[in-house]
Design a protein. Structure first.
Length: 445
């Protein structure tokens, strides 16, 4: 059965920052009574354009020990699910476990030091040799610069050759930009400052019997004919016929995680592992393939993730959830992928914190600040790390990552999807709504 691939088309995004103090039942500004200086302390690490000290000033005085939050969690979520008087419906909600959380941090995402052009050429030579393409592709012709530090070639014959040649510009590179790629029928690799951002070994486009370039493989061009999909927990034991025979979803998933943990090409940062929360099975000619949604886990706390889509933000802050997909039609290798790199540097902006806002308090914020205007049905609640980009115009500015309670569902009033996040240290609220496609199947966390 053919379905359209789920693409999140976000038509409205509202981000609201609400101090938890404003929700205090006694009407007092609890931030004035906060002992945040003793609960949360800054490290020596700094993130350009962001003040850890200003963040700490907003830390709520209503934090509870994490162990107490875990002890009370089951009873609190039961009451939320049974509450029929609220305008937020938790009756059919999956509350993800929090038993692995022992401490949390405010984090920062930065960028690696830019390698030299010689190191770039060496890396492309190595990977072409790994795929036995060093004598097939002419690297001097195919390696292109996409950083906009050089003007594109006028009146080009075709893509990708209107992008400047790396070899023709060796010795001229500046700090103005950084990005390189090769895109042929046999192979595609997009190389960003943190390592590989997108890739195809050419297997998918070759099996399609198309003469197209391999680049679109990385962006899911062949995965639109969906056979099955769902959270990994419900898909892991299923088996489908792939190019190399019958392959169990969980076996392919382990292969994918191992692939990224080995580095592309840099190894993941300390504390980072790879998680697969969602799986799509697609049809390609007479076989199936697997599309795995990926996200980072930092010290047992997952990063928030979302699918690709067009986003429009009305404030300079932007939510930057993990977006990454890996594809395999062979079952024994990653044939294509696109998305963030696990080697992106991550730093602690605060020392380990053993207290946080509990789920009950987080839900109360939603009740008081969101449900005034909206009736919301929540299908998933999960504790996660949320990257926030501080500028919608300057991508060089780093991202701070706050520990959050994530609430995901839909607006009952108009059927729009909604994603809400409550900062577990400050009580600040971030959220956006999006228009769901006709083929929307929930895309549950």
């Amino acid at each position: 059965m053919r379905k359209n691939k789920v693409i999140l088309l976000i038509v409205l995004c509202l981000m609201v920052t609400v101090p938890l103090a404003s929700c205090s039942k006694n009407g007092k500004d609890s931030s004035s009574e906060s002992n945040s200086s003793t609960v949360v302390t800054a490290t020596e690490n700094r993130l350009e354009g962001f003040s850890t000290e200003d963040y700490i000033k907003k830390v709520s005085s209503e934090l509870k020990p994490i162990q107490s939050c875990k002890n009370d969690y089951e009873a609190q979520v039961k009451k939320l699910a049974e509450n029929t008087s609220s305008k937020i419906d938790f009756s059919n909600c999956e509350f993800k476990p929090i038993d692995k959380i022992n401490s949390i941090n405010l984090l920062g995402l930065t960028k690696r030091t830019k390698p030299s052009e010689d190191e770039v050429v060496e890396e492309f030579e190595k990977i072409l040799k790994r795929y036995n393409l060093d004598n097939v592709l002419d690297i001097k012709r195919e390696l292109r610069d996409a950083s906009n530090q050089f003007p594109r070639i006028e009146n080009p014959d075709d893509y990708p050759y209107f992008y400047p040649s790396v070899f023709e510009n060796r010795g001229k590179f500046t700090d103005g930009g950084w990005g390189f790629f090769i895109d042929t029928h046999e192979f595609y690799l997009g190389y960003g400052i943190n390592g590989y951002y997108s890739f195809s070994d050419g297997v998918m486009v070759d099996y399609s019997q198309s003469e197209k370039l391999a680049g679109p493989d990385a962006y899911g061009v062949w995965s639109g004919d969906i056979v099955d999909s769902g959270p990994y927990s419900s898909m892991k034991d299923k088996t489908y016929k792939l190019l190399n025979g019958e392959v169990k979803v969980c076996d392919a998933a382990e292969m994918v995680k191992d692939y990224f943990m080995k580095g592309t090409p840099y190894s993941p940062e300390e504390g980072i592992t790879v998680d697969i929360p969602y799986v799509i099975v697609f049809k390609m000619r007479d076989i199936c393939g697997y599309e795995f949604k990926l996200r980072r886990i930092y010290n047992d706390v997952p990063f928030a993730y979302a699918d690709t889509g067009n986003r429009h933000f009305y404030q300079p802050l932007q939510l930057d959830e993990d977006i990454k997909a890996a594809f395999t039609i062979t079952g024994d290798s990653v044939n294509a992928f696109c998305g963030y790199n696990e080697a992106q540097p991550i730093v602690k902006l605060t020392e380990d914190v053993d207290q946080m806002i509990d789920v009950k308090t987080a839900a109360e914020i939603l009740e008081q600040k969101i449900a005034r205007e909206l009736n919301v049905r929540i299908d998933t609640v999960e504790f996660c790390y949320l990257p926030v980009q501080m500028s919608d115009t300057d991508d060089s500015v780093g991202r701070y990552v706050c520990p959050c309670w994530g609430f995901f569902g839909e607006v009952i009033n108009d059927g729009k999807g909604i994603r809400l996040y409550i900062d577990a240290l400050t009580g600040e609220l971030y959220y956006y709504t999006f228009r769901k496609p006709d083929s929307w199947d929930g895309f549950k966390q």
